[in-house]
Design a protein around this ligand. Structure first.
Ligand SMILES: NC(=O)c1ccc[n+]([C@@H]2O[C@H](COP(=O)([O-])OP(=O)(O)OC[C@H]3O[C@@H](n4cnc5c(N)ncnc54)[C@H](OP(=O)(O)O)[C@@H]3O)[C@@H](O)[C@H]2O)c1
Length: 259
């Protein structure tokens, strides 16, 4: 995709945070949008703020395959094509170092991983039939390595990175461009729950601009802010003895912060 102007883009997870800011940014750049998430009222109120015409709301829960199928049917009726699907839907429960309830862990797995497989199951055959498409999945720098106090969220983001890497190659023959978004800290309702200091945090508008720029470039990974993501990429390259030494320090400092 060389430009987003006049392109039909489906954003899943658009009712708040990065998705909401991205909808505003892409609409301002001339895209026509379908916006999805569970909160219908939030989506409808978002529509009233978007530049341009023809945008629609298609509420859904990513854990419900039928919801996604119905939303896809609604979008196909309203739009002549779907050029890009950007899936940002995710849940995050801060890990305070104590054992989380298993039912809460399963909720995160169900939305963050199960939800993406549900979306792919509906979108992939559509893109194959259409003969092209772009699928953008949202990981996180939290998925680069196993961070202290990162579970289960970080594990889901590691899985998404892995999945996006596989799909990037496997779907290329069908002219489907798979990309991965790897944000650092972004100020949204998701990070409001964090009690620790988040280094180099940016606002959702800056994240949205980085994503809107990234979807029209050829690079696989859209990562930001670069000053932070490069540090996190360095962590990946460290030998375990050094990596765990740093993580132990981070664990002890997080524990003393929360006393
Ligand atoms: N903020 C950060 O620092 C940061 C860093 C790295 C990665 N990320 C990733 O960026 C993406 C956006 O996060 P955000 O920070 O903007 O958080 P957010 O404001 O909490 O947005 C999450 C979005 O996901 C939707 N969602 C949650 N469960 C859903 C479900 N079952 N079905 C459909 N939609 C669902 C929410 O809408 P409803 O509640 O209306 O369903 C909301 O629109 C996520 O993938 C997150 O992991 C964020």
């Amino acid at each position: 995709m060389k430009t987003v102007k006049d392109k039909h883009i489906w954003i899943i997870g658009a009712s708040s945070g990065i998705g909401e800011a991205l909808a505003k940014e892409l609409a301002a750049r001339g895209a026509v949008l379908a916006v999805s998430a569970r909160r219908k009222e939030a989506l409808e109120s978002l529509l009233t703020t978007l530049d341009g015409d023809g945008h629609i709301a298609a509420p859904l829960d990513v854990t419900k395959h039928d919801d996604i199928k119905n939303a896809m049917a609604q979008i196909r009726t309203a739009f002549p094509s779907v050029d890009s699907v950007i899936d940002l839907a995710a849940l995050y429960t801060p890990d305070d170092g104590t054992l989380q309830k298993l039912s809460d862990i399963h909720k995160v797995l169900d939305v963050n991983i199960g939800g993406i497989f549900n979306v792919i199951d509906v979108v992939r055959p559509f893109f194959e039939k259409q003969g092209y498409g772009q699928l953008v999945l949202c990981g996180s720098v939290a998925g680069y390595t196993g961070l202290t106090r990162g579970q289960p969220y970080s594990a889901t983001k590691a899985a998404i990175m892995n999945l996006a890497q596989s799909l990037h190659v496997d779907l290329e023959p069908y002219q489907i461009d798979v990309k991965l978004i790897s944000p650092g800290f972004v100020d949204t309702p998701l990070t409001e729950k964090n009690t620790f200091k988040m280094p180099m945090i940016i606002d959702a508008d800056e994240a949205a601009r980085a994503i809107a720029n990234g979807v029209v470039q050829s690079r696989f990974e859209i990562h930001f802010p670069k000053r932070f993501t490069f540090c996190m990429k360095l962590l990946r390259m460290m030998p375990y003895w050094l990596y765990f030494r740093l993580m132990r320090k981070a664990r002890d400092s997080a524990a003393s912060d929360s006393v």
